[in-house]
Design a protein around this ligand. Structure first.
Ligand SMILES: NS(=O)(=O)N[C@@H](Cc1ccccc1)C(=O)O
Ligand SMILES: [Ca+2]
Ligand SMILES: [Ca+2]
Ligand SMILES: [Zn+2]
Length: 310
């Protein structure tokens, strides 16, 4: 459970109930399923939000993933904000209604349910980051594009950035990979935009992470420029700082590298609130911060949904 005073955050079971309620309350515009199971056997839920959701329409698709890193619980709340806004406000808010009717929105509120539950074991924050396989794999170093290529991850199982024994050795990254791979229809990837939410630092990040080069294999100048332009627009909307992720530090096997490198999906990472903090406390904001710091990204979500149709 969450520590006393932080009840506003959702445990795995509360999250599951939230999604079931959203689907029950809005049957025409939602479809609740899953992308598979975690190492410890927890279902990794997937909610589709779209007009006539039961049908696969020829509409641009967008994916939001949250909680790859266990202790980054604010990101789970960010995905639930997206679910709440695009279901509860459908039919009343014009912008929301237009997007739900013209896009297919996929939300995965927790990629790492095992780690997230471990992090709050006994009502005490554990400071846990990874999944719960062995000594833990850093899911954001386990993706299969340029996996372990460039000193942006560790091969030591005890490391916080342990890349795993192989690309997609974690069942959680493999499950999300399989879902995204399944969205290739008639040879064309239907998902056009993606945001992976993290905490903390108030940053908008784009690929690649494995090299400091802007232009490189799988990234032309025009493509890099589009990331810069959209990244700047996203950051202007929420006050975060925009940069290529390798300007922060070099990573390999991260999700953005795979989404773009493998599928050419316009893929960003948002590092949410706070901008800075001393060590672990930055990962554990008050639950009073949930509403303002998730609503802060409403406009950015709309920008990505717009871009997906561009
Ligand atoms: N959330 S965080 O503190 O772990 N930071 C992220 C930052 C990050 C995210 C995506 C690509 C490169 C780097 C990380 O995976 O290291
Ligand atoms: Ca639809
Ligand atoms: Ca479709
Ligand atoms: Zn993270």
């Amino acid at each position: 459970e969450f520590p006393a005073g932080d009840e506003g955050f959702h445990t795995y079971s509360e999250l599951t109930t939230e999604l079931e309620d959203a689907a029950a309350d809005h049957p025409d515009i939602t479809q609740l399923s899953d992308v598979g199971s975690s190492h410890e056997g927890r279902t990794i839920p997937l909610l589709k939000i779209s007009g006539d959701a039961a049908r696969d329409a020829d509409e641009p698709e967008v994916l939001f993933t949250c909680n790859q890193h266990a202790r980054e619980h604010l990101t789970t709340e960010m995905c639930l904000r997206i679910v709440e806004r695009f279901t509860d406000d459908y039919g009343t808010d014009r912008t929301v209604t237009d997007f739900v009717d013209s896009r297919e929105i996929y939300v995965i509120p927790t990629v790492n349910p095992d780690g997230s539950e471990h992090d709050i074991e006994g009502g005490q924050y554990q400071g846990w980051r990874k999944n719960r396989q062995g000594r833990g794999t850093d899911l954001n170093r386990n993706w299969g594009y340029k996996w372990g290529c460039c000193g942006g991850s560790s091969g030591y199982p005890g490391s916080e950035t342990y890349r795993g024994e192989a690309a997609f050795s974690a069942p959680e990254t493999a499950a999300v990979r399989d879902f995204v791979d399944s969205r290739v229809v008639d040879g064309e990837q239907q998902i056009e935009g993606h945001i992976d939410f993290h905490t903390y630092g108030e940053l908008v990040l784009w690929p690649f992470g494995h090299t400091t080069d802007d232009v490189t294999e799988d990234m032309t100048e025009q493509q890099a420029q589009r990331f810069r332009d959209v990244g700047r627009e996203l950051a202007d909307s929420n006050g975060y700082t925009p940069q290529q992720s390798s300007d922060l530090y070099v990573t390999d096997g991260d999700v953005n590298g795979w989404m773009w490198g493998e599928h050419r999906i316009l893929s960003f990472t948002f590092e949410m609130y706070p901008a800075d903090g001393s060590g672990l406390d930055g990962f554990y904001p008050d639950d009073e911060d949930i509403a303002p710091e998730t609503e802060r990204n409403d406009e950015a979500v709309d920008i990505l949904l717009r871009e997906a149709g561009a």
